[in-house]
Design a protein around this ligand. Structure first.
Ligand code: BF8
Length: 674
């Protein structure tokens, strides 16, 4: 009897309301579908599990076994002296700063380990140890070599000749890989920043020495009883994040471009509707194109296509999730199946014959969802396995990469006929134009005749383009899927702000039709619409994956070089945003944007509320050091208007606030504005 009562008292878990969970139609349909099949997803878990209120404030310290020490902010705030402290005496500021720093370290480690894998593979290519990977873009190799102080020409008998490119590649590869652990000096790429910014970093003692060292130093400084000054901890946050943005992530982007090709604009599709019932569907999810490039090549080979036909399929459909989606999209036009929050749902279609994952942003629950279907869930990376026994591990190695890729594709094809009757692929998909970069923005806005950032600057100065915004980052199950991304982006372009986007934000923009040139006429203010229509670009430019935020830094640097908009990145009418952030990588990115002079607004919430003094330091005082600062705003319209207000402030400081009334000047006049 008592047992019966007890059983009755256990409440059934709540189910997410699909319309509250997402604004996106295929996501709503598939959440409902999962619920009908009694398959739990992240959306259901989010309504059943509340986040820890103290962790949310950033003031829980579990860095030693005397804790966890929890220092919530009293409901009415603190009047007078803040006497809260952990057992060791650590203040709320110290605890919140340590937690923040560890997020920067983890984010930097993730991007940079990705970069290291790319650099190691590039070294294998340069040493000719692998035949599967090659150099596709020699022009990019020659463009980046000088940044590593590698000569691209040589003098023979008094005559300057081009240097052997194999030699250049080898030297670049060796110097790049050394950036992770060289014993002295500073990272090469820091000097790519505008000179005044580099000087600020130097003056403040935050030039990263090597990538690994900065991550290690954060872990040391945040160990129990080491750095107990939030300002000093933040200084190391800056140094480490710069090792990400102007180091590991930037090298990942560059070396990927060299090996796999620099993206240029192309048209593709996006959303779960790209999956095909009569095709073998392989979904690639994660981050490193080292894996996806080989799977793309294997899946497009005649041998694999013939094998798929033999098994009764009409072809092989590849699709991406998360940043792997962006990598395959920008270089091959392979359509993404969805964002971070759609990963479980792609399996719920019942048509996913294999989901292949490598590192980062992969839900462990994929294994539980895959168990309900025929889907083969394949992990490929030695550092990222899953404990569930239905997960297959095929370790990927650059020395036999194509063999591994063929094994994976064959497994998916063999699984095609094992589908149950429960296939339900949502019909909806969108078209999009993607694959912009530093090089293609230059070409598109300037044309082949005068390719440069002149046209972009010109239109910012004359006010047709009010300013630039980088809108990037994740989805977060604590916010309505895609809502903040889409609302913020629409509000920005409505106010003539040109948006550059990466990561899951770029996928969200694509899914909601914002990456089409036609968007300009529908959603943009008159100035931006005019520019987009004249040049034929969308008002939201897809710049790739999260490591490709480095492309945004370099595009902004090109704006400075073109003249007329100040001398430092903090002078440009520009702002950054991560509306639905969730990962530690987002915090590392935010910190390097702030430390590069960018006003950066995060959505949802920041884990700083329990330490108001530290929060103020990041939201206000840090601007005096680097010209950028953090902010947070959950309301998407207010969020966009905070960015626009900052852009207007910068226009005023440059003396171009009146130029929105179309004052015509020549370039010499404009450059004199500096
Ligand atoms: O690195 S945006 S959810 S996929 S962390 Fe992850 Fe966030 Fe997506 Fe790419 Ni970036």
């Amino acid at each position: 009897m008592a047992e019966e009562k007890k059983a009755k008292a256990v409440k059934a878990p709540k189910l997410a309301d699909p319309f509250e969970a997402s604004i996106e139609i295929t996501t709503q349909q598939m959440i409902k579908r999962a619920q009908e099949l009694k398959i739990e997803t992240v959306f259901d878990r989010a309504v059943n599990m509340k986040p820890c209120a103290i962790g949310l404030q950033g003031t829980c310290c579990k860095n030693c076994a005397m804790g966890p020490c929890r220092l919530p902010l009293p409901k009415n705030g603190i009047e007078g002296e803040d006497t809260r402290m952990g057992l060791c005496g650590a203040t709320a500021n110290t605890i919140a700063a340590r937690n923040f720093a560890r997020m920067v370290a983890a984010g930097t480690a993730a991007h940079s380990d990705h970069g290291r894998a790319v650099a190691e593979t590039f070294l294998s290519v340069a040493r000719k140890e692998t035949g599967d990977y090659k150099i596709k873009d020699y022009q990019k190799l020659v463009a980046i070599a000088p940044h590593f102080e590698v000569a691209t020409t040589v003098e023979v008998d008094g005559e300057v000749q081009d240097r052997d490119l194999d030699e250049v590649a080898l030297e670049v590869a060796e110097k790049a890989l050394a950036e992770w652990g060289k014993p002295e000096g500073e990272l090469y790429y820091l000097k790519r920043a505008p000179a005044p910014l580099y000087e600020k970093w130097k003056k403040n003692g935050v030039l990263p020495r090597n990538i690994d060292r900065e991550v290690v130093e954060i872990m040391h400084r945040t160990h129990m009883g080491v750095d107990q000054d939030y300002k000093n901890i933040t200084k190391q946050c800056t140094r480490t994040s710069l090792a990400d943005g102007w180091g590991g992530a930037m090298m990942a982007t560059d070396l990927q471009d060299v090996m796999f090709g620099t993206p240029s604009p192309l048209q593709s599709e996006i959303n779960m509707g790209i999956m095909k019932e009569d095709h073998v569907n392989i979904i690639l999810h994660g981050h490193e194109p080292l894996l996806s490039e080989m799977v793309v090549a294997a899946a497009q080979s005649q041998k694999m296509l013939d094998y798929a036909k033999e098994k009764g399929a009409n072809g092989i459909q590849l699709g991406g999730i998360c940043c792997t989606a962006n990598e395959m999209l920008q270089r091959h036009g392979i359509p993404p199946a969805g964002t971070f929050l759609q990963q479980e749902l792609a399996i719920v279609t019942g048509a996913c014959d294999a989901m292949v994952v490598d590192v980062q942003c992969v839900f462990q629950n994929l294994a539980n969802v895959a168990k309900c279907f025929h889907t083969k869930l394949i992990t490929t990376h030695p550092i990222a396995k899953m404990e569930q026994d239905n997960v297959i591990h095929i370790e990927f190695d650059e020395h036999h990469a194509m063999d591994d890729a063929i094994k994976i594709v064959t497994m998916a094809i063999d699984n095609f006929n094992n589908r149950g009757s429960e296939v339900m692929i949502p019909a909806h998909k969108e078209t999009q134009v993607v694959g912009f970069g530093v090089e293609s923005i230059e070409y598109h806005l300037g044309g082949s005749f005068r390719g440069s950032y002149y046209t972009l600057n010109d239109n910012i100065i004359n006010g047709r383009i009010r300013g630039l915004a980088g809108v990037v980052g994740c989805n977060n199950a604590r916010t309505k899927h895609n809502d903040e991304h889409v609302t913020i982006i629409k509000e920005l372009i409505k106010n003539d702000v040109l948006v550059l986007t990466t990561g899951c934000s770029a996928l969200a923009a694509g899914i909601h039709g914002l990456l089409q040139p036609e968007t300009a006429a529908v959603h943009c203010g008159p100035g931006l619409a005019e520019v987009c229509e004249t040049v034929g670009i969308p008002p939201v430019l897809h710049l790739g994956s999260c490591v490709d935020n480095s492309r945004i830094l370099l595009a902004a640097t090109e704006v400075i070089k073109a003249g007329g908009l100040g001398k430092d990145l903090c002078d440009i009418p520009a702002a950054g945003s991560a509306p639905e952030w969730m990962s530690e990588k987002a915090i590392a990115i935010g910190q390097y944007f702030v430390s590069s002079g960018v006003y950066t607004v995060f959505g949802y919430h920041m884990p700083l509320e329990g330490a108001p003094v530290f929060k103020d330091y990041l939201y206000k005082d840090i601007e005096n050091l680097y010209g950028g600062r953090w902010d947070c705003e959950a309301d998407p319209i207010k969020h966009a208007h905070k960015m626009i207000a900052h852009i207007d402030k910068k226009r005023k400081e440059l003396g171009i606030d009146k130029a929105r009334d179309r004052v015509l000047m020549d370039m010499a006049d404009r450059q004199a504005i500096d």
